[in-house]
Design a protein around this ligand. Structure first.
Ligand SMILES: NC(=O)C1=CN([C@@H]2O[C@H](COP(=O)(O)OP(=O)(O)OC[C@H]3O[C@@H](n4cnc5c(N)ncnc54)[C@H](O)[C@@H]3O)[C@@H](O)[C@H]2O)C=CC1
Ligand SMILES: O=C(O)[C@@H]1CCC=N1
Length: 273
């Protein structure tokens, strides 16, 4: 079946649920009226309803009307949601997509007590503007359904298929990574203000420079050091600043932060039990 005609229930209409829905519709491949967002207080989804999406506080009903079920609640909210929808699931019809951090395909099947096809996806908040990097994995979905999920996330950014064992690492690198790079940009803007720019100008200049740096890598497929070598003139000011940052642990801080986030992601669901 063409994904255009599939009904989608996004359980957990929060940051990511809303961003995913908006990104899908912005791609032109999905219709707002085919997407139901759920949350306990649907009043908060009114702006989405005004844009043509459906909203519900009834997860079981939303599931029974859907072909694709997206789990977009927090890890600590997952078990009660799965318990609530279990009766409404038809494994021959429903495809599950879970973006819930730290939850394995087998965790979902075990809790549901039903063998449904589950594809895990780890996107980031840039999904709202169709610039996500989404990591996808499945232990039990058919190749057709994995392809379908890839098509959904390809409509809202780039995708890569990985082993499920690497999902927590993917969470740290691509999902938490948005916050890490944003903090780097904020720091650059703060430095810019200290050396003379108004805060708003400094932020715009830093953000566009960060975008340029990322675009160079994606455009040329080059290594960061190749591009850095083009900036660092001998005896120049770039290498002076760069070395000062490294003496203060710049790369080390990023690496340690990513490792800490990956370890935390791995335990996010199990620590709740
Ligand atoms: N925020 C991010 O950058 C990313 C988050 N994730 C994962 O996506 C999931 C969602 O994250 P966020 O959207 O940031 O969280 P959020 O807290 O903004 O959204 C969760 C939503 O679920 C709703 N909810 C709670 N209980 C519910 C229930 N029983 N039925 C229906 N809805 C219910 C809440 O009202 C809230 O709107 C989490 O598992 C998170 O780990 C994955 C990738 C990136
Ligand atoms: O901070 C978190 O736990 C979630 C998962 C990845 C991004 N945000």
């Amino acid at each position: 079946m063409n994904e255009q005609y599939k009904k989608i229930a996004i359980l957990g209409g929060g940051n990511m649920g809303i961003a995913l829905a908006k990104g899908m519709v912005a791609s032109g491949k999905y219709r707002a009226e085919d997407i139901t967002l759920t949350r306990r207080n649907t009043r908060l989804l009114e702006p989405m309803v005004e844009q043509g999406y459906r909203a519900s506080s009834n997860n079981a009903l939303a599931v029974s009307e859907a072909d694709i079920v997206v789990l977009s609640i927090l890890p600590q909210q997952l078990d009660s949601v799965l318990d609530n929808i279990s009766e409404s699931i038809d494994p021959s019809r429903h495809l599950f997509i879970s973006i819930v951090t730290g939850v394995a395909v087998t965790d979902i099947i075990t809790r549901l007590g039903k063998v449904v096809e589950v594809v895990r996806a780890m996107p980031n908040t840039a999904i709202a503007i169709r610039e996500s990097m989404t990591c996808i994995t499945s232990k039990n979905a058919s190749p057709e359904n994995i392809k379908l999920v890839k098509e959904i996330f390809s409509a809202v950014g780039e995708t890569v298929e990985i082993e499920e064992e690497l999902m927590s690492s993917a969470t740290a690198l691509v999902a938490c990574g948005i916050a890490f790079f944003l903090r780097s940009i904020r720091a650059a803007a703060q430095g810019g203000t200290e050396i003379g720019f108004h805060a708003g100008d400094a932020l715009r200049m830093a953000a566009q420079t960060a975008k340029g740096a990322a675009s160079l890598l994606l455009h040329f497929g080059s290594h960061p050091e190749n591009e850095i070598d083009k900036v660092t003139s001998p005896k120049g000011c770039t290498i002076a600043g760069l070395n000062e940052m490294e003496h203060n642990g710049f790369s080390s801080a990023m690496i340690k932060g990513i490792k800490t986030s990956a370890n935390k992601a791995e335990k996010l669901y199990t620590d709740e039990k």
